[in-house]
Design a binder for this molecule. Structure first.
Ligand code: C5P
Length: 320
């Protein structure tokens, strides 16, 4: 996840640095969001067809069975929110410096916990005071680590107060959609025995349709003027691929664990990524990073030992 932000930011700022003409060299972000949704959808169909020995007719049958209108409609809720979120994050990256972006986006740890206790039966009882403290320490720890590992760039220095306000509103909104959509998807996933890949396909179809609609609604004139794949470099394709893979990974983590565990996993990924970068790259850990890393580890212990077993834990959720 940490590399995604770096790659995304580079893909939005590098062309500007090269020839100082952002309009003629930058790709259109809504097209990248659409392509990442399309790639995930195709990969999920591929996964579905692997369970029917790649036979086209049985794949078509499985696809028909998967795409039940009511189920697709149900998943169009998180799908719309994720689409909005992915577009907002691209906008935020062009308005904010990477540190502010990364640190503010950690709010999603708390929004995820809030939506979990509000929406998942039994979650409120499981979320003890100690666990809330654990989550606060985690948020603080990741923010410290992020602020030490992320460097600013010249793009951010030129941003105005208006830009920063827009960027902050985008990230805060994205933190809320991240929490709500993640918990909603978890409820749908765990509320029935439907296969994860079928759920991803049910969410993927509206994502692709809405993603394409948003390209033409938002950027129709730019696309007809410059072309759909205008400005696509290897870096941009890498962003699309890494985003798609990250999205599928999120779905797997939510299936086998839950959204709160996902926030711990991504926090550890940030610390581990920085540690690897310290060994093989140019990152020199400082006191702030060390405090952040200790905070993340301490949060795990505080959260992990703060649990309370409640009746029905581990059972299938009887909702949605
Ligand atoms: O930052 P956050 O953890 O909310 O990001 C979740 C990402 O995972 C989004 O980009 C979303 O599109 C993706 N996702 C997905 N499939 C799911 C759930 C989330 O592609 N089933």
């Amino acid at each position: 996840m940490v590399s995604v932000v770096t790659l995304m930011r580079l893909s939005r700022t590098m062309p500007r640095r090269q020839d100082d003409d952002s309009i003629s060299t930058l790709y259109i972000p809504s097209t990248a969001v659409f392509l990442q949704e399309l790639l995930k959808f195709v990969l999920c169909i591929f996964k579905l067809s692997s369970s029917s020995s790649f036979s086209p007719s049985s794949t078509l049958l499985s696809l028909q069975a998967a795409l039940q209108p009511f189920e697709v409609l149900k998943l169009s809720v998180p799908c719309t929110l994720y689409l909005l979120q992915n577009n907002l994050l691209y906008l935020a990256l062009t308005k904010l410096d990477a540190t502010t972006y990364q640190v503010t986006y950690q709010l999603k740890i708390l929004t995820t916990a809030l939506f979990s206790v509000a929406m998942i039966p039994g979650a409120r009882e499981r979320m003890t005071r100690q666990r809330w403290i654990g989550l606060l320490i985690l948020t603080l720890g990741v923010c410290l680590a992020q602020s030490s590992t992320t460097t600013g760039d010249e793009g951010s220095k030129s941003s105005t107060t208006k830009d920063r306000t827009i960027g902050l509103i985008c990230v805060i909104t994205a933190s809320c959609t991240s929490g709500f959509a993640g918990v909603y998807f978890e409820m749908v996933l765990k509320g029935s025995k439907t296969d994860l890949w079928v759920r991803n396909i049910q969410m993927g179809l509206p994502s692709v349709v809405l993603g394409l609609a948003s390209v033409y609604w938002k950027d129709g004139s730019k696309v007809s003027e410059q072309g759909f794949l205008h400005g696509y470099t290897t870096l941009v394709w890498s962003v699309v691929a890494v985003q798609a893979a990250g999205g599928l990974l999120v779905a797997v983590v939510v299936k086998y664990a839950d959204n709160i565990m996902k926030t711990f996993a991504t926090s550890f990924a940030i610390i581990l990524g920085a540690a690897v970068n310290a060994v093989v790259g140019g990152f020199r850990p400082d006191g702030t990073f060390a405090m952040g890393a200790i905070g993340v580890c301490a949060a795990t212990v505080v959260y992990g030992t703060g649990g309370k077993k409640v009746k029905g834990e581990g059972e299938t959720l009887p909702i949605l």
